[in-house]
Design a protein around this ligand. Structure first.
Ligand code: SF4
Length: 298
C-alpha cells in the first residue's frame, strides 16, 4: 500500500548540458565533510544521475546554491577549465591546508559524480587527475556510482604512487531496484566488479553503503564486498542527510520505497543491526558515517 502524497517520478526528464568556466575549483570543506578532507572538488555542477536511483534521495537536491531553483537531474554544467584552475590554485590551498589541518586532502565529489556519462566525451575528471599527477594532493578520495572510473585506471595507478588514494564506490543495497523508482547508475553486480578490478590493480577501495537502503541478504552482500574491497562505510539517512531525524529524506519517494521493502529500514536501529553484522563479516574494516568517510574503520 502506498503512503498518501506519493508522486511518480518523471523518468524521462530532459537534461540541459552546458559548458562553463570557474574561478575556483577547490572548496575549503565545511559541514559534514570537515572531518573528511580539507577540500572538496566538483568537476561538474549538477549530476546526470539525478534521475537514477541515487538521485531520488540525493542530498544535493536540497542545496539551492547548486540547483539555483532547477530540478535535480535536469542540468549538468561542465567545468571546462577545471584542471587549469586546479594547477593555478592548488599550491596556495595546499599551503593553507597543511598549516591549518596538517594535510591537503581532496574529496571528489560531494555534489556530483566525477564519472557521469558525459565524462567520456569531456574528460574533465581525467584532466584533473592528470593535473594532480603534476601537483599531487596529500590524499585523494574519489567517490562514484559509476563504472566510468575504470576509464582512468592508468591515472589512478600512477597517482597511487604519489598520494594516499582511495576510491569510494557507492553500493547502497543488494537490491537492483526499489519499487517504482528508477534503476541505479550501474547495477550492483557491475559496481562490485568495478571494485574488484580496482583492488586487483592495487587501488584502495572502500564501498560506501550510504545511504543504507534495505538489504535482502546482508550476509551474502557483505561477503561479496569483503572479496572485492578494503573496507565499507555505512551511513543512514537519519543522521546522514543533513536534516533533523532525516526529515529531508522522509519527504522523498525514497522513504516510501524503503518502507515498502522493509519498514525497519527507515529506522536508525536498522543501521545498528547492519553495522553489527558487517563487523562480524569484515572485522576492523567497517566505518560509520562521517568518521567512516574520513577513513576510520573498526
Ligand atoms: S551520483 Fe551522487 S551526486 Fe549524483 S545524483 Fe547520485 S548521489 Fe547525487
Amino acid at each position: 500500500m502506498r503512503m498518501p502524497g506519493y508522486r511518480k517520478l518523471d523518468f524521462l526528464m530532459s537534461m540541459t548540458i552546458s559548458q562553463t568556466t570557474v574561478k575556483q575549483i577547490l572548496t575549503r570543506c565545511t559541514g559534514y565533510l570537515t572531518e573528511v578532507s580539507s577540500h572538496s572538488l566538483q568537476p561538474y555542477r549538477g549530476c546526470s544521475y539525478g534521475n537514477a536511483l541515487c538521485g531520488v534521495g540525493c542530498y544535493v537536491q536540497h542545496n539551492p546554491f547548486v540547483t539555483k531553483g532547477r530540478e535535480w537531474g535536469s542540468f549538468l554544467e561542465v567545468r571546462t577549465n577545471a584542471a587549469e584552475v586546479y594547477l593555478q590554485t592548488a599550491p596556495r590551498e595546499k599551503k593553507w591546508a597543511r598549516e591549518k589541518l596538517g594535510a591537503f586532502s581532496i574529496f571528489c565529489s560531494s555534489s556530483t559524480d566525477p564519472f557521469v556519462p558525459q565524462e567520456k566525451k569531456s574528460g574533465i575528471t581525467k584532466s584533473l587527475l592528470e593535473a594532480m599527477l603534476e601537483f599531487p594532493p596529500d590524499r585523494l578520495i574519489l567517490q562514484t556510482h559509476s563504472a566510468g572510473v575504470l576509464d582512468v585506471l592508468n591515472q589512478l595507478q600512477l597517482l597511487n604512487d604519489q598520494t594516499e588514494l582511495r576510491v569510494h564506490v557507492s553500493i547502497e543495497s543488494d537490491c537492483e531496484r526499489l519499487p517504482e523508482l528508477p534503476p541505479p547508475a550501474a547495477t550492483v553486480s557491475k559496481r562490485l566488479e568495478v571494485c574488484g578490478i580496482l583492488k586487483n590493480a592495487g587501488v584502495r577501495v572502500v564501498v560506501t553503503v550510504a545511504p543504507l537502503l534495505p538489504i535482502k541478504n546482508p550476509v551474502t552482500f557483505f561477503e561479496a564486498i569483503k572479496q572485492c574491497a578494503d573496507g565499507v562505510v555505512i551511513d543512514h539517512f537519519i543522521g546522514g542527510d543533513g536534516s533533523k531525524n532525516g526529515i529531508r529524506t522522509r519527504k522523498t519517494e525514497l522513504y516510501q520505497a524503503m518502507w515498502e521493502v522493509d519498514p525497519k529500514s527507515v529506522t536508525i536501529e536498522y543501521r545498528e543491526q547492519i553495522i553489527l553484522l558487517a563487523r562480524q563479516i569484515m572485522p576492523s574494516c567497517v566505518g560509520v558515517g562521517q568518521s567512516g568517510f574520513a577513513g576510520h574503520l573498526e
